[in-house]
Ligand binder design. Structure first.
Ligand code: SF4
Length: 429
């Protein structure tokens, strides 16, 4: 007889996360007024449903496929599998569990992995070292950074997990999209051989179509954020990052954005802002801080500072053509794959990133930028100062740089972060 709980225990951190999500959702439902923080309430509701489905599938013995967030999980739905996002686990455990992912960062660091690499991978590496995850295979493109490419071999060489690595090119040209499309197809074939399944591209098309629709809805929300005051609370950014990494290609993700769009439209019509009066409009061109999501609410309520968007909320792509042949389909998938958050910014030279930031600052009537200079992101180390100068010269707005680790609260404390933002805000008011 099949031991369901043994099979489920191949993804113990997802079970931990599900428990944390369910408890927080219950709390939000019981404590907050009906119209309080809808992004949190709705986000948790849909993540809870998705997590429950993943755990059920793990209990049925479906293969566990780890993936880097640079490999959209809608592509993995050509298989009957449980997709596990390596980076999202580390950061959402960091956000929702009292001890965060810190014990697992320490575990992998004491094993010998360099402390200064990206915590988004280190958490899941520590969990895998501790046998809390039992992956059947892992897939990651050769992007967006050296951290990624230098960290993933741990899974192959230490844990003997088959690792599939589609090669993602640097140049943004037609030939790159064709090449990366071929890489994606070869990788899915290879992954199919590892888990003993034949990719079902008809099924995958349906999930990609859902993503096309979701992207359209997200774009509508993005446009509404140009309004003053911004019609969405800061917490939307955090839940949107979770939706991008856990729920790609799923009905629940589309439902989340459709619900948020309705709320944004009502607030837009009534010129409503969440929390206090909107006094400062900020853009966070890289990440928000995952170990302290409460900061989103603090900024809304205490400082009247809107986070218009972070890196997971301003990257859009052309809809993928699902109605033509497989070559066209994979071409579109490649193009989208190269436009994803962080992939777009970190695999290219920084000029397009600076241009995008200057354009967005103007289009969204922004008062300032806040740049979280994440310890792991060495490829981005030189960019903040250049961006600060560009924003000052081209738009006349300042940028605050905070050195930290977005997933490890011991590097720069919540108090220091708040103090820095408070002081910076005083200079703007
Ligand atoms: S680009 Fe930065 S945050 Fe993203 S995975 Fe690499 S080091 Fe981590």
């Amino acid at each position: 007889m099949v031991d369901k709980s043994k099979l489920e225990n191949r993804i113990i951190p997802y079970k931990m996360l599900k428990q944390a999500v369910s408890t927080t959702y219950e709390l939000v439902e019981k404590i907050l007024p009906e119209d309080g923080m809808p992004a949190l309430r709705l986000g948790l509701k849909y993540i809870d449903l998705v997590m429950a489905d993943f755990i059920k599938k793990a209990g049925e013995g479906k293969p566990i496929i780890g993936y880097h967030f640079a490999f959209p999980s809608d592509y993995l739905y050509c298989f009957d599998c449980v997709p596990v996002c390596v980076e999202a686990v580390s950061y959402f455990i960091s956000a929702l569990l009292p001890d965060g992912s810190e014990p697992y960062y320490d575990l992998i660091t004491s094993w010998g992995h360099p402390f200064h690499t990206c915590t988004s991978q280190k958490g899941t590496m520590g969990m895998t070292l501790d046998d809390l995850f039992k992956f059947d295979a892992i897939i990651t493109p050769t992007a967006p950074c050296d951290n990624t490419y230098a960290s993933y071999p741990f899974f192959r060489y230490h844990k003997n997990i088959p690792l599939i690595t589609p090669d993602l090119p640097f140049l943004w040209e037609e030939k790159s999209y064709t090449y990366y499309g071929e890489q994606l197809r070869l990788s899915l074939d290879e992954l199919g051989k590892v888990i003993g399944q034949v990719p079902d591209y008809q099924k995958m098309r349906k999930h990609i179509e859902l993503e096309n629709e979701t992207n359209k809805t997200q774009l509508e929300i993005f446009e509404l954020k140009k309004a003053t005051p911004c019609p969405l609370e800061n917490m939307y950014n955090a839940l949107s990052a979770a939706a991008a990494t856990f729920m790609s290609g799923r009905e629940e993700k589309l439902d989340f954005y459709r619900d948020m769009l309705e709320i944004a439209k009502i607030r837009y019509k009534n010129k409503e802002h969440h929390g206090a009066e909107e006094k400062i409009r900020s853009i966070w061109p890289y990440m928000i801080i995952f170990f302290d999501l409460g900061l989103c609410e603090y900024l809304d309520r205490e400082l009247g500072m809107s986070i218009l968007f972070d890196i997971f909320n301003y990257n859009f792509y052309d809809p993928i053509n699902t109605k033509s042949d497989l070559d066209t389909l994979f071409y579109g998938m490649a193009k989208k794959g190269m436009s994803l958050p962080m992939i777009k910014q970190s695999t290219e030279f920084f000029y397009p990133f600076i241009d995008d930031c200057v354009r967005l600052a103007k289009e969204f009537t922004t008062d300032c930028f806040i740049f979280t200079s994440h310890l792991g992101c060495k490829q981005f180390g030189s960019v903040p100062q250049i961006l600060r100068e560009a924003l000052r010269d081209e738009v006349g707005i300042p940028m605050l740089i905070i050195d930290l680790d977005v997933g490890d609260k011991r590097m720069t404390s919540e108090k220091i972060i708040k103090d820095k933002i408070n002081m910076f805000a005083q200079t703007l008011l």
